[in-house]
Design a protein around this ligand. Structure first.
Ligand SMILES: [Zn+2]
Ligand SMILES: [Zn+2]
Length: 149
């Protein structure tokens, strides 16, 4: 099933974009919950698809597709995150979960700490693509851990 690793929905207005993004989020969240229990993450973390700030950032600067710290215990993302490859969606979201965990564990959620938390608490290594976008991604081994298929 790993041929789906780079699979993307056809277009941003494809009706499957939001359900796919929600589904990937839930599967990753379930895995992270199993890894961390009640440590370092609040009881509920929600995904806000289409945060207006995320939509604006997406148009201004391609790289910024998601953020935390806008609302408590919420990961905000742009709608277009759902059009990116599976490994990218999971990498971006793992990084954002890392921001929340790093803030709780170390009281400092800088970029490096977000990825350190993802590794230490979730067992996920966040990589960056070599292209101009430099978006986060997870490798196949980590995606298998999440049982996403
Ligand atoms: Zn936001
Ligand atoms: Zn970040």
């Amino acid at each position: 099933m790993l041929q789906n690793l780079n699979q993307v929905p056809a277009k941003a207005d494809d009706p499957t974009v939001v359900p796919r993004l929600s589904d990937l989020y839930q599967q990753l969240y379930h895995y992270i919950r199993q890894q961390t229990g009640s440590h370092w993450l609040p009881a509920v973390v929600q995904l806000y698809i289409g945060c207006p700030i995320a939509e604006r950032e997406y148009l201004k600067k391609w790289r910024q597709v998601a953020h935390t710290n806008h609302y408590d215990d919420v990961i905000c993302c742009c709608h277009n995150l759902g059009t990116l490859p599976l490994k990218t969606v999971l990498g971006v979201l793992a990084h954002e979960f890392g921001h929340i965990a790093a803030a709780n564990a170390w009281n400092d959620s800088c970029e490096a700490n977000a990825n350190a938390a993802a590794y230490e608490f979730f067992g996920l290594t966040v990589h960056y693509s070599n292209d101009a976008q430099q978006l986060e991604y997870l490798d196949e081994g980590d995606i298998k851990k999440i049982h996403i298929y």
